[in-house]
Design a protein around this ligand. Structure first.
Ligand code: HEC
Ligand code: HEC
Length: 300
């Protein structure tokens, strides 16, 4: 009973006290922004690079899907680089000769338009790339992967992960819910994503594909696999599976549409289930306290 009264009175006093606290908080953020602002911004930019660029670019570790960005500022002026980063396809469509050159060097793979990239952020990223280029060893030199030869066991494990027969350790959805590969007998896969039969060739081989899978840089996969990243060993077996697929299929283009469709449907249900559980977590984190606060009021 006593506790209820207390919670009641704190209720009445809440609004003025809250404004107080809010302004105090605001003031301290302002101070904080001046003191640690630049450092925090640098950290935020590095985190952004890691999440959105590192799957395709190293700084000083050689080419992945895209070129090594070490000393990129010496290859092209900043204004051009910013414009390219904001809309790579437009720059290529315009017939820009340098864009065409780097496109050719990347086997025709066009850089994705990165979500959340603004002119300011592009400039901060180029500052970061310049600073990292000056270091002897950048923190973005590239993720190290085992380069042991693939075994038949790797290929089989990768196939099982792809099909969802072996679940991913950290709870990521099976690839087959959104992707197809040819030459899998009856199993085909979903139609939402792309056909991955020749993905290894397309992106330039084992190293670029492995790096790409560490933080998949597409709007569909990124939010899911950011929360459920794949383990290095799982990535290795998937890459082994894709390389084997490309070899096995050769030029065969046959597909089995109905099976793909049905399996895709089942897959989508599973993916929706995953999103649903993500939303539940969000409910708990944000709406939960509000709702239980409301309940407290009714029984007081
Ligand atoms: C899906 C892979 C991919 C992602 C993700 C990606 N890029 Fe790229 N990037 C490329 C490719 C490929 C090229 C080469 C041009 C082309 O083919 O479109 C390129 C070119 C560039 C260039 C010009 C390089 C040069 O040699 O002149 C810069 C700068 C660049 N990217 C920065 C970034 C930054 C910063 C991010 C993250 C915000 C990013 N890229 C994300 C693939 C990617
Ligand atoms: C929720 C659906 C979904 C799931 C699950 C999914 N992907 Fe994807 N993936 C996509 C979409 C959509 C694209 C194409 C993005 C684009 O066109 O930019 C894609 C693209 C890719 C690419 C790049 C293809 C290319 O040619 O650039 C690779 C590689 C890939 N996925 C691998 C996987 C693997 C491996 C798994 C399982 C561990 C997986 N994906 C699970 C939706 C998904």
């Amino acid at each position: 009973m006593k506790e209820k009264e207390m919670s009641d009175s704190s209720h009445a006093a809440k609004s003025p006290r809250r404004t107080w606290r809010t302004s105090l908080l605001g003031a301290s953020f302002l101070v904080l922004a001046f003191v640690v602002g630049p450092a925090a911004q640098g950290q935020e930019t590095a985190a952004f690079f890691k999440q959105n660029c590192y799957s395709c670019h190293t700084i000083g570790g050689g080419r992945l899907v895209g070129p090594d960005l070490k000393d990129v500022a010496e290859r092209k002026e900043r204004d051009w680089l910013v414009r390219f980063m904001l809309n790579p396809q437009a720059m290529i469509d315009r017939g820009d000769p340098y864009a065409k050159q780097i496109l050719d060097e990347s086997r025709g793979v066009v850089m994705t338009q990165v979500a959340g990239l603004t002119r300011d952020r592009a400039n901060l990223l180029l500052d970061l790339i310049e600073a990292e280029s000056a270091l002897e060893k950048s923190q973005f030199e590239g993720v190290k992967f085992s380069d042991r030869p693939f075994t038949a066991q790797d290929v089989e494990t990768g196939e099982h992960i792809f099909k969802g027969l072996t679940p991913l350790t950290n709870g990521g959805p099976a690839c087959i819910s959104c992707h197809t590969v040819r030459g899998l007998g009856l199993l085909g896969g979903g139609r939402l994503g792309v056909d991955l039969t020749k993905v290894s060739e397309r992106v330039g081989g084992r190293k670029p594909l492995s790096a790409w899978l560490v933080s998949p840089a597409t709007t569909t996969m990124q939010p899911v696999f950011k929360l459920h990243p794949m383990e290095p060993e799982e990535i290795l077996t998937l890459v082994a599976f894709f390389e084997d697929c490309a070899k096995r299929v050769g030029d065969d283009n046959s597909v089995a549409p109905l099976t793909f469709f049905l399996i895709g449907l089942v897959g989508m249900v599973l993916v929706l289930g995953l999103f649903d559980s993500l939303w539940k977590d969000r409910f708990r984190a944000v709406r939960g306290p509000l709702v239980s606060g409301g309940e407290m009021r009714t029984d007081a």
